[in-house]
Structure formats: structure tokens, C-alpha cells
Design a binder for this molecule. Sequence first.
Ligand code: PEP
Ligand code: CO
Length: 451
Amino acid sequence: MTAVPAPAWSPSAWRDFPARHQPEWPDETAVAAAREQLKAVPPLVFAGEARALTAALGQVAAGRAFLLQAGDCAESFRDFSAPMIRDKLKILLQMAAVLTWGATLPVVKVGRIAGQFGKPRSSPRERVGDVELPSFLGHVINDDAPTAEARTPDPERMVRVYHQSASTLNLLRAFTKGGFADLEQVHAWNQEFVATSAEGRRYERIATEIERALRFMAACGIDIAGRPELHEVDLWTSHEGLLLDYEEGLTRRDSLTGDWYDCSAHMLWIGERTRQPDGAHVHFFAGVHNPVGVKLGPSATAEDAVELCERLNPERVPGRLTLIARMGAGHVSELLPPILRAVREAEHPVVWVCDPMHANTITTSTGRKTRRFDDIMAELAAFFAAHRNEGTYPGGVHLEFTGDDVTECIGGSEAVLEEQLDGRYMTLCDPRLNARQSLDLAFRVAELMRS
Ligand code: PEP
Ligand code: CO
């Protein structure tokens, strides 16, 4: 008997599989029209860049580099300005400098930015004050204002996300290649409200040492000005590939290799709620050649992890697949080791990353969603310990942060207290680390990497 050949993968074939967390668009013609627009626009990233990121992540998989993936929980149509993008970049560069200096390893920098607009929600409806409404699903689908009209999914928003992502990425490329990310600017990334804190002063000391190291190299005759790696950085973009109408619209066939790439970002990840091996998301991302990630929450088993590896990276390409564990501070030590072991025994070369945010969310007595800095650090410490015991490599961290001086997470060395959360609680979705807490975390992660 001859086997029936599997139907060829195509950007729209995910429609034959169950797709969770997709909106109920009120008007299918409008969705098709938006998708046609997305199919016609220039891609946001080039396939060759996605391949370069796969190679960089391959170095992480091999234990020769570390991944820092961080940014907003949800980007916003309202909070969109050059200073906001610049301040997020500043804190990312500061954290990367701390990690590179502290652990003397290259840091692969990936933003949750320029496309992070869709949110999976635990419940399709939510209570806002006295009214019950359809849940806010991210600005790519509906608006967060608490009215039924605002919450109606609107496919035109996908086109707007494309344009906002294009201008965000444009500014990031300008900053990272045009002098702002120059290592000789290492002091300038310290924002005022950070510089006056304990971790800001600690950062200043490292920045001074980096400057000294540059002067030392120059004195030894190294041509500092002629070394682009000292003056530019690679910053890659990523988001959760949740809304498949959007991802389909931006998927292109690479003219050099003939392979498909999702050109909405360099890297995409599959969320905890949509990682079913037979589901539409896994099918879609199995067919594109970008580096991809998958979140693994406390319900993930060793078999689930190995099956995802087989589906998403059957060729075992190092750097193609990142597994992002988000187990919760109290569960990592028990749940992660068997998964690490199974993936290692199956000889899958994955990048192992810890997301210490998403399983450590709590609600205060006044109804604020928050996270404790101590729980975040406890999950990270347990993640590093589990890898040490299993002989696997803890390859990176995945964080939600902002460059602003917000009060959304509790704690840190200049502690935000529970009663201060209302002061500057600005997130559209999950609570983020502020710039001081992020820097504090980077110092502690550098210590975990050294130990
Ligand atoms: C997220 O990263 O914002 C998110 C929703 O994560 P998870 O899929 O892990 O819940
Ligand atoms: Co989130």
C-alpha cells in the first residue's frame, strides 16, 4: 500500500485545524479585505535576518551565548511615541551590558516589540466595574475602552498594527545602527530615575569599567572606531504568533531559498494556551522557517515537550526552537527536571528560556493584578538550579518590562509596596517590571549565570 502524501503546507492551511483564541470577526468580507492588504505590503523583516537570528540562537543552544527577550505584555495604539520606544531600548541595552559584563558571554537581544498586540485571555468575557463585557483581546483585535462597541473585533486593526510595527521597527533600526547603541554611549542609557537608585549607581560603575576597557583596547592599538560590533547592535523583534489571520497575511516565500517565512517579526512564539500539537498554531509555525518559541506552563508534560520538538524542529536545527518554561516559582523544581531530561535524551538542540512572569501573577485584595519581584527571582533561581542538576544549559530569560517608572510589580531593591500599585499602574494587560526592577534583575541573573 502506498502512503497518501501529506497535503503541502501553505500559509492558509492552518484553517483546516482547530484554532483556539481567534476572534469572532463580525464581518468575514472585511477580514478578507484586511488580509489582502497585508499580503500586498512590504515585509517587516527579511528572511536572511531570520536565518541570522536562528544562527545566533544556535550559539545559545550550544551554551556559547545568552538570550535576553523582553518588552511589553501588550503594545498599545495610544502609548506610541519615540521616547517610549527609546526608553525601552535603553533598559534593554543596559540589561544586556550588565549580563555581558557580568557573565562574559554574548547576549542575543530580542524585543517583545513591533508586533506584540494580540492577547489570549483566560475568559472570553470580563467584568469592568459593574458591567460585563467581551474581554479586551489586544489592540490588533479590539479596544480596551469598557463599552460593547469598543470591544467589537475590527479587522482593520491588523493593518494599523502593521503600520505601527513598521514605524517602531524603523526607529529601532535607526537607534541600533545609527549610534545610539554605541558602546561608547553606555552611560547615556541610564535614565535619571534609574541613575539615582542603588542599581543605577551599580550600573554606573560597570559603565565606567566598560569605558576603561575600551580606552585600554585603544591604547593597545586596537582600532576601536573601525570595529562595527562596538558601535552597533543587532536587536531582533518577536511577538506571540496568536492571531493567525495577521500572521498568514505577512507570510512570504523567500526568493533566495524558496522557503516560507513569517515576515511580521524575526522570531514568533506559540503561547501556553495555543500549543496543542494538532492545533492550528503548531501547524502554522511548523511550516515557516523563522526561529520559533513555545511556552510551557505547569500542565506541560515531558511527552508534550518532546512532541512539540518533533513537530516544530524535526531536522533538529540548533536555534530553530526555543522552549520557554513558565511554571511558577513553587513548581519549577518539581516540574521542569523531567522535561529537561526527556528533551536532552531525545537529542533535541533547544534553547531553554525562563519566563518568570506568567505563572507568578497574583491579584491583590483591591483587585490589582501584580507580581512579586521575589517570586520572579525565585522562579529564575530554581530554573538555573534545575539546569545545573540535569547538565543542561539555562539559555535565557523572557520578561515583561517597560522603560517607564511604573508601579505594577511589587518589590525590588527600592521596593514598590502593595499600597503604591495604584500610583502609576499603566499596563494594558499584565504587570511589568519597571526600569529599576529590570536592572536589579539583570544584576541578579548575571550572578546566577556565574555561580
Ligand atoms: C504572554 O507572554 O504575554 C502570555 C500570554 O504568556 P503565556 O502564553 O505564557 O500565558
Ligand atoms: Co503577558
